[in-house]
Design a protein around this ligand. Structure first.
Ligand code: C2O
Ligand code: CU
Ligand code: CU
Length: 496
C-alpha cells in the first residue's frame, strides 16, 4: 500500500524548500544511522543533537537520552525555572535539566533505577513514572511525597523483568499543582527497550523517533502555568518544536513513539495519505498489529506505531484533526504538527508484521471484586469528583487485594470526555459503552471515557502493595478533585 503522499495544502515553494533541505540532511548523515538507536545502550555515544540555526524548517530533534548501563539507570534530574527555547519562542519554563523537552530515560526490563530529583523551584514537586509497573511506595513511585525547594529526593527501585516494552513517561505529580507544572514543562518520555524483538528481522534496525506532544500558552515572558484554560488557543509542539520536519526515504519504515505528555489536551492524529500501524499502546505491545487512519490520543496516552513512506518523493503533514470532547468540554481545532518529507535514496519497502507479541488475557479470570468508579463535575466546571467526592490524599477510597483480578466499571456521568488512568498496574479494556474491545490490542494504563458513557476494565493486582491513585489525566480535572486513593493490601492469612 504505497500510496502517494497527498500534496494538497502545500504551496509548491514550501514543498521544494523542504525537499532540498531533506536531501541535504540525508546527504550529510550518510554513513550514520540518522538518530536511530536500535540498541541505544552505548553510553559513550553523544546523545544531544544540535539544530542547524540557519535552517528555516528545523528537522525534528529527538530528545537527548539517559540510558541504563550494566543494568542500572543512574539519572539526576534538576527542576529549574529557566528561559528556554520553546517552539518558536523564548520563554521561562519549568524545566527538567534546563530543557522544555528533557532527556528520554531509556531502560530495560529488570533494570535498577536510581533517580535523584533536585527541586530548585520555589514550590513543592515530585516525579511519577507513568505506566511503569513498579511499587507505589517510597523509595519507588510514591506520589504522596512533596520535595521542597532546595531539596533532593532519591528514587530507587528495580523494574520487574515482566515490565512490558514500549513508551512511558515521567511528570510532576505535585498535589494540586500537576497541571501547572506539567504545562510549564515538567514532563518527559521513558522508553522500555524490547519492542524491536517482536519485529521481523528486516525491521529490527529501523530508525525511531520520539514524537512527544506538548502544548504551551504564553503569559508575558513565560509559559502560562496558572489559570490554565483548556479551550483557549494553544501552541502545539512535537519534541518542543513547532512544525518540525520528519524525513523518511521512499519506502522506508520508521518507529514513532507517539506520546501525549501535555497537561490537558487531546490529540486526534492523522498523517495525510498514510496510516499508522500500531504495535504498542501505553507501553504494552499488541497481539496483532492494526492500521489506523486516525488515532485519538487522550491526555496521558501513548501509541508506538510503524510508519512506512510511500515509494515516491513528496511531502505531507502530520496533523491533529478537529476534536470535540463534549458539550461541557472543549473543541480543539485542526492543527499542523509536523511536515513529513519523503526524499533521498529509496529503500525496498519491508513487509509489516501482523502477529506481534504475546498478550495476557483476563477474559476468563476469576473476578475477586467489582467496583464502580463514577466521574462527575459541577456546573461551574471548577470541581470534579470520583464517586461524588473530591480528592483527599489521607483518605482511602478503594481497597484491592494483591494477587486478585477485579472488574471495574468506569462511568462518566458528565457531558465531557475524561481520560481514566490508574497507577501501578496496567489494565485490560473489556468494553466501551457496552461494545467489546478488540482482544488483539486491549492493554492500557490510560483510556478515554466517553461523555455519558462507560468503560469496563479488568485490573490484575500483581507484585506490589501500598497506596496508589486513580484519576482523570486531564490534569486540570485531577487538580480540581478528580482523583482517588486506591490501597492495594496483602491477602489476609488463610483468608479469602
Ligand atoms: Cu501520569 Cu497519576 O499520572
Ligand atoms: Cu500514572
Ligand atoms: Cu477529566
Amino acid at each position: 500500500m504505497n500510496r502517494s503522499w497527498s500534496r494538497t495544502r502545500f504551496p509548491l515553494t514550501r514543498l521544494l524548500a523542504v525537499l532540498l533541505l531533506a536531501t541535504a540532511w540525508l546527504a550529510g548523515c550518510a554513513g550514520q544511522s540518522p538518530s536511530g538507536h536500535p540498541h541505544a545502550t552505548d553510553p559513550a555515544a553523544p546523545r544531544e543533537r544540535q539544530a542547524s540555526p540557519s535552517a528555516p524548517a528545523p528537522r525534528l530533534q529527538d530528545p537527548p537520552e539517559l540510558v541504563s548501563r550494566d543494568g542500572v539507570l543512574r539519572a539526576a534530574i534538576v527542576v529549574e525555572r529557566r528561559k528556554v527555547r520553546v517552539g518558536d519562542h523564548r520563554l521561562y519554563a519549568l524545566t527538567y535539566n534546563g530543557m522544555y523537552m528533557p532527556p528520554t530515560l531509556r531502560v530495560r526490563p529488570g533494570d535498577r533505577v536510581d533517580l535523584t530529583l533536585t527541586n530548585r523551584v520555589r514550590e513543592d514537586t515530585n516525579v511519577h513514572v507513568h505506566g511503569l509497573h513498579v511499587s507505589p511506595r517510597s523509595p519507588a513511585d510514591d506520589i504522596f511525597i512533596a520535595i521542597r525547594y532546595g531539596r533532593s529526593h532519591h528514587y530507587s527501585y528495580r523494574l520487574p523483568r515482566t515490565v512490558t516494552p514500549g513508551t512511558y513517561w515521567y511528570h510532576s505529580h505535585a498535589d494540586m499543582m500537576s497541571a501547572a507544572q506539567v504545562a510549564g514543562g515538567e514532563s518527559g518520555v521513558i522508553v522500555v527497550d524490547g519492542l524491536r524483538r517482536y519485529l521481523p528481522p528486516a525491521l529490527r534496525g529501523i530508525t525511531e523517533h520520539v514524537v512527544a506532544l506538548k502544548d504551551f500558552q504564553i503569559h508575558g515572558n513565560a509559559i502560562r502555568t496558572h489559570k490554565l484554560k483548556i479551550g483557549t488557543r494553544t501552541n502545539r509542539t512535537v519534541n518542543g518544536q513547532q512544525n518540525p520536519v520528519i524525513s523518511l526515504r521512499p519506502g522506508e519504515t520508521q518507529l514513532w513513539r507517539l506520546a501525549n505528555i501535555g497537561a490537558n489536551i487531546y490529540y486526534r492524529l492523522h498523517l495525510k495519505g498514510n496510516r499508522f500501524h500500531v504495535i504498542a499502546q501505553d507501553g504494552y505491545p499488541v497481539r496483532r498489529v492494526y492500521a489506523a487512519d486516525t488515532l485519538v490520543i487522550a491526555a496521558g496516552a501513548r501509541f508506538d506505531v510503524l510508519v512506512r513512506a510511500g515509494s515516491r518523493p513528496g511531502a505531507t503533514v502530520l496533523e491533529t484533526l478537529a476534536y470535540d470532547t463534549g458539550t461541557a468540554g472543549n473543541r480543539f481545532p485542526r492543527t499542523d504538527l509536523a511536515t513529513v518529507v519523503t526524499a533521498g535514496a529509496p529503500v525496498a519497502p519491508a513487509r509489516l508484521p501482523t502477529d506481534f507479541a504475546p498478550n495476557e488475557d483476563l477474559a476468563h479470570a476469576a473476578i475477586a471484586d467489582r467496583k464502580t468508579v463514577v466521574f462527575t463535575e459541577n456546573a461551574a466546571g471548577d470541581e470534579f469528583y470520583v464517586n461524588g467526592r473530591t480528592y483527599r490524599p489521607d483518605r482511602v477510597d478503594f481497597t484491592s487485594v494483591l494477587g486478585t483480578v477485579e472488574e471495574w466499571t468506569v462511568r462518566n456521568d458528565s457531558d465531557e470526555e475524561h481520560s481514566f488512568h490508574v497507577h501501578t498496574n496496567q489494565f485490560q479494556l473489556m468494553s466501551t459503552n457496552g461494545k467489546a474491545h478488540d482482544p488483539d490490542h486491549r492493554w492500557f494504563d490510560t483510556v478515554n471515557v466517553p461523555a455519558r458513557g462507560n468503560v469496563v476494565i479488568r485490573v490484575p493486582f500483581a507484585d506490589f502493595t501500598g497506596r496508589t491513585v486513580l484519576h482523570c489525566h486531564i490534569l486540570n480535572h485531577e487538580d480540581m478533585g478528580m482523583m482517588a486513593v486506591l490501597d492495594i493490601v496483602p491477602p489476609r492469612p488463610g483468608g479469602k
